[in-house]
Design a binder for this molecule. Structure first.
Ligand SMILES: *Cc1c(COP(=O)(O)O)cnc(C)c1O
Length: 467
């Protein structure tokens, strides 16, 4: 399998190179050159398979030429063996039409673990036996940071520099990062917002001087391997609800458009998906883009669903590229325009292409709280604020008589305060992170400036010359 950049001007890479690179050198994002497909018979053949065996069937075409099926299976066994539920991503029924797909049974209690546990193993495998050293630089509003740190702590050949906005992540999220004391993990609390942290990271990748000195790599969802690992659970859930005979709809709490793009990939591969419901909170750039063609950046409003408090959705570029006929030159122009004016219109082709599969909705605080209460009082399920946004959208979507699966992206204990405010009950921390509040924390605080952060990293990272 070969991978091309959305901006059409970066080298074509294989799976291994695309995984290590993260971002394309032309500023674009990598995608498979063509979508592989599974036939109806192959999809029917997934019925009854374990999560790991499903993962092998779904991911094998994407890693062809880099990993054989046995190698892929070994990596999946290791990655998903760390999940606390035997089904890895179990389905829970809410009523006659609605289901939750619980994606939070990994070590850090959010769906980011599904992809990052696997990505960590890929990094380790691709670096072993080489003298290459990766410097992972990331910004987090909480969940990506903790999942990446758990996946990469103590691994050889990788250092992780994770920036989080000081005082703006939940106490559980912060401790999941700062109590990991492995020598290759550096937590940096910066003064400023998540957007400031993300802008610093982008500036580092875009600085020829800084990025020339280190093998920088990305762990956020601009990395293709992360999206690929997320395609698996769409298949896993849909065949359990009757695919390929019966189509299924999914409602996805969306921020960076990574998770829902994985659903689009599943549809492209042949999974009969009736609708992908893109659920946003009041930071609704994606809802405006899909319903009106207006992709224009507003100011970020902090909400109880911080992982969706985003006004620029990186992975949306992948959809625009695919729907716009895969024209890298035209897309570069479109993205450059957005870069300078912070606004753009979708083309007719992009709008027409998105319509059959996608719908969208914007959920405010009241509707989020109502969905949380409905789940707890009527269906006996305590859900987190991100999941509640998607459930609210699912319950008012018009998709006809098909099962609707709401992706449950975080364990309610990760957002205890918000859950308690809406439902009156405070979720207990699961046993597996029991002593989190007794562990020693370690992190450094820095001003949110390019100079301060790059000086800190340059002092500690392994330079490219040294391998
Ligand atoms: C990251 C995250 C999201 C948003 O996912 P995207 O792939 O960025 O759209 C939703 N919910 C939770 C809990 C998350 O951590």
């Amino acid at each position: 399998m070969r991978y091309v950049s959305t901006r059409g001007d970066a080298p074509i890479l294989d799976f291994q190179a695309v995984t290590l690179a993260g971002l394309a050198s032309d500023g674009g994002l990598y995608l498979p050159e063509a979508w592989p497909t599974l036939s109806r018979e192959q999809i029917a053949g997934l019925q009854g398979l374990s999560y790991v065996d499903t993962a092998v069937e779904v991911m094998a075409p994407f890693v062809e030429g880099t990993l054989n099926r046995q190698e892929l299976r070994d990596l999946c066994m290791q990655a998903y063996g760390r999940f606390s539920h035997a089904a890895v991503t179990p389905l829970v029924q809410l009523d006659g039409q609605h289901w939750l797909l619980e994606l939070f049974h990994g070590p850090t209690l959010a769906f980011k673990d599904v992809a990052l546990q696997f990505l960590g193993l890929l990094f380790e495998r691709f670096l072993s036996g080489t003298d290459k050293h990766l410097t992972v630089v990331g910004a987090t509003s909480g969940d990506t940071g903790s999942a990446a740190i758990d996946a990469l702590a103590g691994r050889t050949g990788v250092d992780v520099f994770m920036l989080h906005p000081k005082g703006r992540v939940s106490d559980v999220q912060r401790r999941q990062m700062t109590t990991v004391l492995a020598p290759n993990i550096y937590n940096i609390a910066i003064d400023g917002s998540f957007d400031d942290a993300q802008a610093l990271v982008k500036a580092m990748f875009n600085s020829p001087d800084f990025s020339g000195r280190f093998n920088l790599s990305a762990v956020n969802s601009i990395n293709w391997a992360r999206l690929m690992a997320q395609v698996v659970y769409y298949f896993y859930a849909a065949v359990r609800l009757g695919a390929p005979e019966r189509p299924v709809a999914f409602s996805v709490p969306t921020g960076n458009f990574g998770d829902v793009f994985a659903g689009y990939v599943a549809a492209k591969m042949g999974l009969p998906i009736a609708k992908l419901i893109v659920a946003t909170n009041v930071n609704d750039i994606l809802h405006r883009a899909l319903s009106e063609g207006d992709y224009s950046q507003g100011t970020v409003v902090p909400t109880p669903s911080p992982s969706m408090d985003i006004q620029v959705s990186s992975n949306f570029e992948r959809l625009l590229f695919d729907l716009g006929g895969r024209d890298g030159v035209a897309l570069s122009d479109q993205m450059r325009g957005f870069g300078s004016t912070k606004a753009m219109r979708l083309t007719n082709a992009q709008r027409a292409g998105s319509e059959p599969l996608f719908s969208s909705d914007r959920i405010d605080l009241d509707d989020m709280a109502l969905a949380m209460r409905w789940a707890s009082e009527d269906a006996g399920q305590v859900i987190d604020p991100h999941t509640a946004i998607a459930l609210a959208a699912a319950r008012r979507a018009d998709v006809g008589d098909v099962p609707i699966v709401t992706l449950a992206t975080a364990h309610p204990a990760k957002f205890r305060d918000a859950v308690e405010r809406s439902t009156g009950a405070r979720p207990a921390l699961p046993k597996r992170i029991g002593d989190l509040f007794d562990r020693e924390e370690r992190y450094d605080s820095l001003p949110g400036t390019f100079e301060a952060v790059t000086a800190y990293i340059a002092e500690r990272a392994v330079p490219r010359e040294a391998g």
